[in-house]
Design a protein around this ligand. Structure first.
Ligand SMILES: Cc1cc2nc3c(=O)[nH]c(=O)nc-3n(C[C@H](O)[C@H](O)[C@H](O)COP(=O)(O)OP(=O)(O)OC[C@H]3O[C@@H](n4cnc5c(N)ncnc54)[C@H](O)[C@@H]3O)c2cc1C
Length: 426
């Protein structure tokens, strides 16, 4: 997400040569839905690829938070105000629709060249210009010298530990102790169940919350698919090698994990065929001291991986891309010194905000997953008050103040407005 968005944003801002190196052989993305938050949509609109995504996405009108075992609605939050307030809607869609729209837009830019089956093996030399090694799936490795490296290589980044090693800092990824099942049900599968059809035909994000686990679901792809994503304690990955991020999950384990959820949820989980349970390990790491070394910068999950409970991971990677395009296009020259300063402006505009959202997502998860006791009673009182008369929400993804902070800030504009001032003092 971050790599495609960077390439497109840079090309749209007049950078004339951009090479994208991608380990995979193509963009065969995991079939799953994604919340397309308005701060993401705003940037994609500018990059000219939002319209095609929006065409098949669902325009979310409300969110419903429900108790896991009896389906009681704890809170109901209106989302339709978002378009009025922030000028862009909150939509949900298919990951492949988002990725393909950016990829198609990239292919129209003559400045961009894609190199598939080509991994970055690491930075070989940092100064004066970065040189990195490309490891193609077939053939010999080779070195490339460039003006800038933007490492959008995900939570397993090879560049992040290199930057931190230079600073003598531990780059260990932290196991969040949580994992997620990702499920997509088709209209055909749901057709005979009126309650399920009601969900599929809705414009709603629904979250069922229970102790140490929850489920979030919404319709995507012109409402032909109901996307379900779970979060639960990660017991099955414990023994898995650290390189493993997704794995074929066990259907029996999945059903067991959610056995105390309401009959509607269980009927949906029961529709998942044996052999088609996809489990993701959720990983994060501590905030980094810096995202930049010389003319190399980290982007997206490589520098601010997050738990998905705030629906902001890809949105934040796309914000990174928008800001990088602004700062690099404002450079007076492409000297290593100017590039380093521009990347520092990027870090200045982005780091605190991204890390605040990472922490909020983790905190929200802790509140959503409370077990029986006084804290949960207090949380549910807050949900009830929210339903009655508005106010703060324990689920930060639907909290009006948090939405204001996330959606009310146009990071590209912030970068434009502050570039000169920050650049001069660096
Ligand atoms: C269950 C779940 C639900 C989520 N829901 C949402 C949501 O609703 N909304 C939202 O905004 N975000 C969501 N996210 C987060 C989002 O998916 C990630 O934050 C986002 O994909 C990060 O983008 P990225 O480009 O940084 O990394 P990635 O998407 O991981 O991309 C990294 C890319 O780099 C390639 N690569 C890796 N190493 C190398 C190398 N050495 N050389 C070359 N290429 C390499 C990989 O093949 C990959 O294509 C969710 C995440 C999860 C797990």
């Amino acid at each position: 997400m971050g790599g495609l968005a960077c390439a497109l944003a840079l090309a749209k801002h007049g950078i004339t040569r951009i090479d994208v190196y991608e380990t995979a052989s193509n963009l065969g993305f995991v079939g799953a839905g994604i919340q397309l938050a308005p701060n993401m949509a705003r940037i994609l609109e500018r990059l000219g690829c939002w319209e095609v995504i929006a065409k098949e996405a669902t325009d979310i009108k409300d969110a419903s938070i429900r108790r896991h075992n009896d389906n009681t609605e704890l809170a109901h939050v209106d989302f339709s105000y978002i378009r009025r307030e922030y000028g862009v809607p909150h939509m949900v869609g298919h990951r492949s629709s988002l990725a393909n729209a950016m990829f198609d837009a990239c292919r129209k830019e003559t400045a961009i060249t894609f190199h598939f089956k080509s991994s970055c093996g690491g930075i070989k030399s940092w100064l004066p210009k970065p040189i990195f090694t490309v490891v193609p799936r077939e053939g010999e490795s080779y070195d490339v010298s460039v003006d800038v490296v933007l490492a959008a290589d995900g939570v397993k980044s090879v560049v992040r530990p290199q930057i931190l090693k230079e600073l003598n800092i531990d780059a260990e990824v932290i196991d969040s102790g949580q994992s997620a099942y990702r499920i997509m049900l088709t209209r055909e599968q749901m057709a005979s169940d009126p309650e399920m059809l009601q969900l599929l035909n809705s414009d709603q994000v629904t979250r069922w919350i229970g102790e140490r686990r929850h489920i979030i679901a919404y319709p995507i792809s012109n409402k032909s698919i109901y996307n379900i994503s779970t979060a639960q304690p990660d017991v099955h990955f414990a023994a898995a090698p650290s390189a493993t991020y997704t794995t074929r999950g066990s259907r029996a384990d999945m059903l067991d994990n959610f056995k105390d959820f309401c009959p509607l949820v269980l009927r949906m989980l029961n529709l998942v065929p044996e052999g088609e349970v996809c489990e993701w390990k959720l990983r994060v790491h501590n905030p980094l001291p810096t995202w930049v070394r010389g003319s190399v910068a980290l982007v997206g999950d490589a520098c601010h991986p997050t738990l998905p409970h705030l629906n902001q991971g890809a949105a934040q990677a796309i914000e990174d891309a928008g800001v990088l395009a602004v700062v690099l296009s404002k450079l007076p020259d492409f000297s290593p010194d100017s590039i380093n300063k521009a990347l520092k402006v990027y870090e200045h505009v982005r780091k605190k905000r991204a890390e605040t959202l990472v922490e909020l997502a983790a905190a929200s998860g802790r509140t959503l997953h409370l077990g029986e006791g006084a804290a949960r009673e207090e949380r549910d009182k807050q949900f009830a008050a929210l339903k009655e008369k508005g106010g703060p929400s324990p689920d930060k993804a639907v909290d009006a103040e948090v939405q204001k902070m996330i959606l009310g800030t146009d990071v590209m504009q912030v970068a434009r407005d502050n570039f000169e001032n920050i650049f001069q003092v660096l």
